[in-house]
Design a binder for this molecule. Structure first.
Ligand SMILES: C[S@@+](CC[C@H](N)C(=O)[O-])C[C@H]1O[C@@H](n2cnc3c(N)ncnc32)[C@H](O)[C@@H]1O
Length: 247
Protein backbone atom coordinates (compact mmCIF):
# COMPACT_ATOMS: atom_id res chain seq x y z
CA UNK A 1 0.00 0.00 0.00
CA UNK A 2 1.22 3.49 -0.86
CA UNK A 3 2.53 5.54 2.11
CA UNK A 4 0.72 8.66 0.92
CA UNK A 5 -2.64 6.86 0.95
CA UNK A 6 -1.92 5.46 4.45
CA UNK A 7 -1.10 8.96 5.74
CA UNK A 8 -4.28 10.41 4.20
CA UNK A 9 -6.56 7.76 5.73
CA UNK A 10 -4.94 7.92 9.19
CA UNK A 11 -4.69 11.71 9.23
CA UNK A 12 -8.39 11.99 8.38
CA UNK A 13 -9.23 9.64 11.27
CA UNK A 14 -7.15 11.67 13.76
CA UNK A 15 -8.48 15.02 12.54
CA UNK A 16 -12.09 13.80 12.88
CA UNK A 17 -11.70 12.10 16.28
CA UNK A 18 -9.13 14.36 18.02
CA UNK A 19 -11.64 15.64 20.59
CA UNK A 20 -12.56 12.07 21.62
CA UNK A 21 -8.89 11.24 22.26
CA UNK A 22 -8.14 14.37 24.29
CA UNK A 23 -5.81 13.30 27.12
CA UNK A 24 -6.09 9.57 26.35
CA UNK A 25 -2.85 7.51 26.07
CA UNK A 26 -0.57 9.98 27.75
CA UNK A 27 2.13 9.75 30.40
CA UNK A 28 2.35 8.53 33.10
CA UNK A 29 0.42 5.80 31.20
CA UNK A 30 2.25 3.91 28.45
CA UNK A 31 -0.83 1.92 27.44
CA UNK A 32 -4.00 0.43 28.89
CA UNK A 33 -3.69 -2.02 31.80
CA UNK A 34 0.08 -1.57 31.70
CA UNK A 35 2.66 -0.52 34.29
CA UNK A 36 3.09 3.25 34.34
CA UNK A 37 6.04 5.64 34.34
CA UNK A 38 5.33 6.15 38.07
CA UNK A 39 6.58 2.60 38.59
CA UNK A 40 9.11 2.33 35.76
CA UNK A 41 11.00 5.66 36.02
CA UNK A 42 12.44 5.18 32.52
CA UNK A 43 12.80 8.94 31.95
CA UNK A 44 14.59 9.68 35.24
CA UNK A 45 15.09 13.35 36.13
CA UNK A 46 14.17 15.42 33.04
CA UNK A 47 15.12 18.80 34.55
CA UNK A 48 16.57 21.00 31.81
CA UNK A 49 16.45 18.22 29.19
CA UNK A 50 15.73 18.98 25.53
CA UNK A 51 12.87 16.66 24.52
CA UNK A 52 10.83 15.80 21.43
CA UNK A 53 7.58 13.78 21.35
CA UNK A 54 6.77 12.01 18.08
CA UNK A 55 2.97 11.72 17.62
CA UNK A 56 2.34 14.15 20.51
CA UNK A 57 -1.46 14.15 20.08
CA UNK A 58 -3.28 16.45 22.50
CA UNK A 59 -0.06 17.42 24.31
CA UNK A 60 -0.75 15.73 27.65
CA UNK A 61 2.59 13.88 27.71
CA UNK A 62 4.38 17.13 26.84
CA UNK A 63 2.64 18.73 29.84
CA UNK A 64 3.74 15.79 32.00
CA UNK A 65 7.37 16.63 31.23
CA UNK A 66 6.84 20.40 31.40
CA UNK A 67 5.44 19.91 34.94
CA UNK A 68 8.69 18.12 35.77
CA UNK A 69 10.87 21.03 34.64
CA UNK A 70 11.98 19.70 31.26
CA UNK A 71 14.01 22.26 29.31
CA UNK A 72 12.97 22.79 25.68
CA UNK A 73 9.93 20.75 24.56
CA UNK A 74 9.00 19.94 20.95
CA UNK A 75 6.02 17.96 19.62
CA UNK A 76 5.41 16.49 16.18
CA UNK A 77 2.11 15.13 14.83
CA UNK A 78 0.48 14.43 11.46
CA UNK A 79 -2.90 15.82 12.61
CA UNK A 80 -3.53 19.57 12.53
CA UNK A 81 -6.57 19.12 14.78
CA UNK A 82 -4.58 17.23 17.42
CA UNK A 83 -2.00 20.02 17.38
CA UNK A 84 -4.68 22.72 17.70
CA UNK A 85 -5.97 20.92 20.81
CA UNK A 86 -2.40 20.54 22.12
CA UNK A 87 -1.64 24.22 21.51
CA UNK A 88 -4.78 25.30 23.41
CA UNK A 89 -4.26 22.85 26.27
CA UNK A 90 -0.58 23.73 26.74
CA UNK A 91 -1.03 27.48 26.54
CA UNK A 92 -3.91 27.25 29.09
CA UNK A 93 -1.27 25.70 31.34
CA UNK A 94 1.26 28.42 30.51
CA UNK A 95 3.53 26.19 28.44
CA UNK A 96 4.70 26.91 24.90
CA UNK A 97 6.45 23.93 23.28
CA UNK A 98 7.34 24.05 19.59
CA UNK A 99 4.66 22.08 17.69
CA UNK A 100 5.24 20.81 14.15
CA UNK A 101 2.60 19.33 11.83
CA UNK A 102 4.17 16.65 9.66
CA UNK A 103 4.28 12.90 9.10
CA UNK A 104 7.05 11.48 11.29
CA UNK A 105 8.64 9.95 8.17
CA UNK A 106 9.35 13.35 6.53
CA UNK A 107 12.07 15.94 6.87
CA UNK A 108 10.32 18.81 8.70
CA UNK A 109 12.97 21.15 10.04
CA UNK A 110 13.65 19.39 13.36
CA UNK A 111 17.29 20.08 14.34
CA UNK A 112 19.89 17.30 14.27
CA UNK A 113 22.11 16.18 17.19
CA UNK A 114 19.95 18.42 19.40
CA UNK A 115 17.74 16.37 21.76
CA UNK A 116 18.58 14.57 25.01
CA UNK A 117 15.40 12.48 24.78
CA UNK A 118 13.02 11.62 21.92
CA UNK A 119 9.92 9.69 22.99
CA UNK A 120 6.60 8.47 21.66
CA UNK A 121 3.58 7.28 23.64
CA UNK A 122 1.40 4.98 21.55
CA UNK A 123 2.24 6.48 18.17
CA UNK A 124 5.22 4.58 16.73
CA UNK A 125 3.05 1.80 15.25
CA UNK A 126 1.61 4.33 12.77
CA UNK A 127 5.03 4.66 11.09
CA UNK A 128 4.83 3.61 7.46
CA UNK A 129 8.60 2.98 7.32
CA UNK A 130 9.92 2.04 10.76
CA UNK A 131 13.60 2.06 9.82
CA UNK A 132 13.35 5.46 8.16
CA UNK A 133 11.60 6.91 11.24
CA UNK A 134 14.19 5.40 13.62
CA UNK A 135 16.95 6.83 11.39
CA UNK A 136 15.39 10.29 11.65
CA UNK A 137 14.95 9.96 15.42
CA UNK A 138 18.60 8.91 15.74
CA UNK A 139 19.63 11.99 13.74
CA UNK A 140 17.64 14.29 16.09
CA UNK A 141 19.33 12.84 19.19
CA UNK A 142 22.68 13.84 20.64
CA UNK A 143 25.19 11.02 21.07
CA UNK A 144 24.06 8.87 24.04
CA UNK A 145 20.58 10.42 23.71
CA UNK A 146 17.61 8.32 24.83
CA UNK A 147 14.69 7.04 22.73
CA UNK A 148 11.63 5.71 24.62
CA UNK A 149 8.47 4.48 22.91
CA UNK A 150 5.37 2.43 23.64
CA UNK A 151 2.93 0.68 21.34
CA UNK A 152 0.38 -2.13 21.16
CA UNK A 153 1.99 -5.53 21.71
CA UNK A 154 1.77 -7.72 18.57
CA UNK A 155 0.47 -10.67 20.63
CA UNK A 156 -2.47 -8.46 21.63
CA UNK A 157 -2.96 -7.64 17.95
CA UNK A 158 -3.26 -11.23 16.80
CA UNK A 159 -5.32 -12.84 19.59
CA UNK A 160 -8.89 -12.65 20.90
CA UNK A 161 -10.73 -14.10 23.89
CA UNK A 162 -13.36 -16.50 22.62
CA UNK A 163 -15.69 -18.09 25.17
CA UNK A 164 -13.11 -17.52 27.91
CA UNK A 165 -10.24 -18.97 25.87
CA UNK A 166 -7.35 -17.05 24.34
CA UNK A 167 -7.14 -17.90 20.61
CA UNK A 168 -5.10 -16.65 17.65
CA UNK A 169 -7.31 -14.78 15.17
CA UNK A 170 -4.38 -14.29 12.78
CA UNK A 171 -0.74 -15.24 12.43
CA UNK A 172 1.90 -13.52 14.56
CA UNK A 173 4.03 -13.43 11.38
CA UNK A 174 1.47 -11.41 9.40
CA UNK A 175 2.82 -7.84 9.11
CA UNK A 176 0.59 -6.73 6.22
CA UNK A 177 -1.14 -3.35 6.47
CA UNK A 178 -4.81 -3.92 7.18
CA UNK A 179 -7.89 -1.75 7.30
CA UNK A 180 -9.99 -1.53 10.48
CA UNK A 181 -13.15 0.42 11.25
CA UNK A 182 -12.89 2.37 14.51
CA UNK A 183 -15.67 4.75 15.61
CA UNK A 184 -17.19 4.23 12.14
CA UNK A 185 -14.03 5.43 10.38
CA UNK A 186 -11.24 3.62 8.57
CA UNK A 187 -7.70 3.36 9.94
CA UNK A 188 -4.73 1.51 8.41
CA UNK A 189 -2.16 -0.30 10.55
CA UNK A 190 0.24 -3.27 10.44
CA UNK A 191 0.85 -5.67 13.36
CA UNK A 192 4.65 -5.76 13.53
CA UNK A 193 6.60 -8.52 15.26
CA UNK A 194 8.75 -7.61 18.27
CA UNK A 195 11.85 -8.67 16.30
CA UNK A 196 10.97 -6.08 13.64
CA UNK A 197 11.27 -3.30 16.25
CA UNK A 198 14.47 -4.73 17.75
CA UNK A 199 16.15 -5.21 14.37
CA UNK A 200 15.12 -1.71 13.18
CA UNK A 201 16.65 -0.27 16.36
CA UNK A 202 19.86 -2.26 15.83
CA UNK A 203 20.04 -1.27 12.15
CA UNK A 204 19.77 2.44 13.02
CA UNK A 205 22.49 2.49 15.69
CA UNK A 206 20.46 2.11 18.89
CA UNK A 207 21.37 -0.05 21.87
CA UNK A 208 18.34 -1.41 23.70
CA UNK A 209 18.62 -0.71 27.44
CA UNK A 210 15.24 -2.01 28.49
CA UNK A 211 12.13 -3.64 27.06
CA UNK A 212 9.01 -3.77 29.24
CA UNK A 213 6.14 -6.27 28.77
CA UNK A 214 4.18 -5.95 32.01
CA UNK A 215 0.49 -5.82 32.82
CA UNK A 216 -0.38 -3.63 35.80
CA UNK A 217 -0.74 -5.22 39.23
CA UNK A 218 -4.43 -4.24 39.58
CA UNK A 219 -5.37 -6.23 36.46
CA UNK A 220 -3.21 -9.20 37.49
CA UNK A 221 -4.99 -9.33 40.88
CA UNK A 222 -8.54 -9.34 39.39
CA UNK A 223 -10.28 -12.58 40.30
CA UNK A 224 -14.03 -12.41 39.77
CA UNK A 225 -16.05 -11.26 36.75
CA UNK A 226 -12.96 -10.64 34.69
CA UNK A 227 -13.83 -8.92 31.38
CA UNK A 228 -12.30 -10.26 28.15
CA UNK A 229 -9.59 -7.63 27.85
CA UNK A 230 -8.48 -8.09 31.47
CA UNK A 231 -8.49 -11.86 30.99
CA UNK A 232 -6.17 -11.36 28.05
CA UNK A 233 -3.97 -8.89 29.96
CA UNK A 234 -3.55 -11.50 32.72
CA UNK A 235 -1.98 -13.85 30.14
CA UNK A 236 -0.02 -11.50 27.85
CA UNK A 237 1.11 -7.85 27.67
CA UNK A 238 -1.30 -5.56 25.79
CA UNK A 239 1.52 -3.05 25.17
CA UNK A 240 5.32 -2.86 25.19
CA UNK A 241 7.87 -0.16 25.93
CA UNK A 242 11.42 0.14 24.61
CA UNK A 243 14.15 2.32 26.06
CA UNK A 244 17.17 2.60 23.73
CA UNK A 245 20.33 4.71 23.61
CA UNK A 246 21.92 6.27 20.52
CA UNK A 247 25.37 4.69 20.31
C1 LIG B 1 -2.49 7.76 20.59
S1 LIG B 1 -2.09 9.30 19.89
C2 LIG B 1 -0.78 9.89 20.91
C3 LIG B 1 -1.24 10.64 22.11
C4 LIG B 1 -0.15 11.38 22.84
N1 LIG B 1 0.81 10.47 23.40
C5 LIG B 1 -0.66 12.32 23.94
O1 LIG B 1 0.01 12.49 24.96
O2 LIG B 1 -1.73 12.94 23.74
C6 LIG B 1 -1.25 8.89 18.37
C7 LIG B 1 -0.89 10.11 17.55
O3 LIG B 1 -0.08 9.70 16.44
C8 LIG B 1 -0.35 10.60 15.37
N2 LIG B 1 0.12 10.02 14.10
C9 LIG B 1 -0.43 8.99 13.38
N3 LIG B 1 0.32 8.74 12.28
C10 LIG B 1 1.36 9.62 12.30
C11 LIG B 1 2.47 9.86 11.44
N4 LIG B 1 2.68 9.12 10.35
N5 LIG B 1 3.32 10.86 11.75
C12 LIG B 1 3.12 11.63 12.87
N6 LIG B 1 2.10 11.44 13.72
C13 LIG B 1 1.22 10.44 13.46
C14 LIG B 1 -1.85 10.82 15.44
O4 LIG B 1 -2.27 11.99 14.78
C15 LIG B 1 -2.09 10.85 16.96
O5 LIG B 1 -2.14 12.16 17.44
Amino acid sequence: MENKKIHEVNKTYWNMTADDWFGVTALPEYGVQFVTENELHLFGDVTGKTMLEVGCGSGHSLKYHADRNAGELWGLDISQKQLENAQRFLSENNYSPKLICSPMEDECGIPQNYFDIVYSIYAMGWATDLKKVFQRISSYLKKDGIFIFSWKHPLHGCTIVDDGKLVFKKSYFDEEWHSQIVDGMEILLPNRKISTYINALADTGFIVERMIEQTDEKTLQLKEEVDDRSRKAQKLPLSFVFKARKA
